[in-house]
Design a protein. Structure first.
Ligand SMILES: Nc1ncnc2c1ncn2[C@@H]1O[C@H](COP(=O)(O)OP(=O)(O)O)[C@@H](O)[C@H]1O
Ligand SMILES: Nc1ccn([C@@H]2O[C@H](COP(=O)(O)OP(=O)(O)O)[C@@H](O)[C@H]2O)c(=O)n1
Length: 212
């Protein structure tokens, strides 16, 4: 069984995917973490975020490993002499600002999608295009939205920052991500603005029961 949870930035995708996966006792998979790790490595190597051949060559030499734990995904660079966890570094504002450029490259989307399609179900997959491009056959699909202000307030709680600036950055990223981020025709859209985390997880679990 594959369940997809897509949505806009900071709408609660990973928290909700983690809650749903835990309730179902299956893993969840963060596709965004692969885009983020690729962006981090490119920024560190000084590789242009729009140079697909150079990015693919960099990633081809990078032994990235995604750990799809239900409690929270983690990503590692398994270099034999100096293994390193990249998870925290993949969530900085520098990566936030660059990731959409890299994610717009079809070759990079194929690189991520091949890794996702190689995983063995069952799992909950979260991102932007899990229900549309990557797993159109998923049993149940959800798409989370919330107002930019609510999302900015949530982000500021988890990482320090100015609400106005964070809100503007989220709106900018929404615009850059628009091409690859839309609900599948058979997705249930959930506006999380006025729901707490438990309420969104309950809405997804109820939606899953309807599709069982
Ligand atoms: N419905 C909700 N109500 C309150 N806070 C939430 C809700 N959903 C998520 N959050 C919080 O908002 C922040 C962003 O959520 P996250 O799951 O990281 O979103 P995304 O994966 O879409 O970026 C986290 O700190 C999370 O705990
Ligand atoms: N399936 C996906 C997942 C992420 N992404 C890209 O990766 C970025 C980071 O995604 P994320 O899900 O980790 O982060 P948030 O948008 O939730 O902060 C997005 O802004 C997109 O540019 C994508 O293009 N397609």
């Amino acid at each position: 069984m594959i369940v997809t949870i897509d949505g806009v930035a900071a709408s609660g995708k990973s928290s909700v995917a983690s809650g749903v996966a835990s309730a179902l006792s299956i893993p969840y998979v963060s596709s965004g973490l692969l885009y983020r790790a690729a962006t981090l490595l490119a920024l560190e190597a000084g590789t242009s975020l729009s140079d697909a051949p150079a990015l693919l060559s960099l990633l081809g030499a990078a032994p990235l490993r995604l750990e799809p734990l239900a409690g929270g995904n983690r990503i590692y660079l398994d270099t034999p002499d100096c293994p390193r966890e990249l998870t925290a570094d993949a969530h900085t504002s520098a990566v936030d600002a660059g990731v959409s450029a890299l994610a717009q490259l079809p070759q990079l989307r194929e690189w991520v999608n091949a890794r996702l399609r190689a995983l063995t179900p069952p799992f909950v997959a979260e991102g932007r295009d899990m229900g549309t491009a990557v797993f159109p056959q998923a049993r149940a699909k959800f798409f989370l939205v919330a107002s930019p202000r609510v999302r900015a307030l949530r982000r500021v709680k988890e990482r320090v920052g100015d609400v106005e600036a964070v809100e503007q950055a989220l709106i900018a990223r929404d615009e850059q991500d628009q091409l690859q981020s839309h609900p599948a025709a058979d997705a249930q859209i959930i506006d999380t603005s006025d729901l707490d985390l438990a309420g969104v997880i309950a809405a997804v679990m109820a939606g899953l029961q309807e599709r069982a």
